[in-house]
Write a protein that binds this ligand. Structure first.
Ligand code: NI
Length: 182
């Protein structure tokens, strides 16, 4: 997810996949013990790509790694608070819903209101392999759900009506075509 106020400069380093890349629609597999070296190498690269974008969340499929791994940093108080979530799972969600504007680094420049549970509890492994839980509301709740969706090949536009989704996808395609044509 990009921050609320998002300029969109170039992205150095690991390229972030853009819709309609099929890897963004693919369910990622759980991280296992054999993935340790890969994850250790990938996490700093994902943070670098996310901070450079700039964004507040990035899921491994967005950089072409079909693993259940995501990084988040809401940059509260303009300070870094990086969180690595390996095999994250939503174990509780509030009945109360909340609507926020969302965007996605894989749909640059596109934003829409998305309604989701207002609070969630997520179980995950941290970068040391320790079992952790995080409870979030507000922006954190939306970000956790948005990033975990990516691991199931779900994008924020998939929560919208077909009409709204197609409008956004057409606009993105048009803007990218215009950017390429200069
Ligand atoms: Ni996203």
């Amino acid at each position: 997810m990009p921050p609320a106020i998002a300029p969109a400069p170039a992205q150095p380093g690991l390229p972030i996949l853009i819709v309609p890349d099929q890897r963004l629609k693919t369910r990622a597999r759980p991280v296992g013990p054999a993935d340790e070296a890969k994850v250790r190498a990938l996490v700093p690269q994902m943070f670098a790509a996310m901070y450079a974008a700039p964004g507040i969340g990035l899921a491994a499929p967005q950089v072409g790694a079909l693993l259940r791994l995501t990084v988040i940093d809401l940059m509260e108080d303009d300070k870094k608070h990086p969180i690595v979530l390996i095999n994250p799972e939503i174990v509780a969600a509030s009945e109360e819903l909340a609507t926020r504007e969302e965007g996605c680094l894989s749909l640059p420049g596109q934003y829409a209101d998305v309604t989701r549970p207002a609070r969630v509890k997520v179980r995950y492994l941290d970068e040391t392999g320790a079992k952790r839980e995080i409870e979030g509301e507000g922006l954190l709740a939306a970000c956790l759900q948005h990033e975990i969706d990516h691991l199931d090949g779900v994008l924020f536009v998939d929560h919208l009506s077909a009409l709204k989704r197609n409008m956004i996808l057409r606009r993105l395609a048009k803007e990218r075509r215009q950017a390429r044509e200069g």
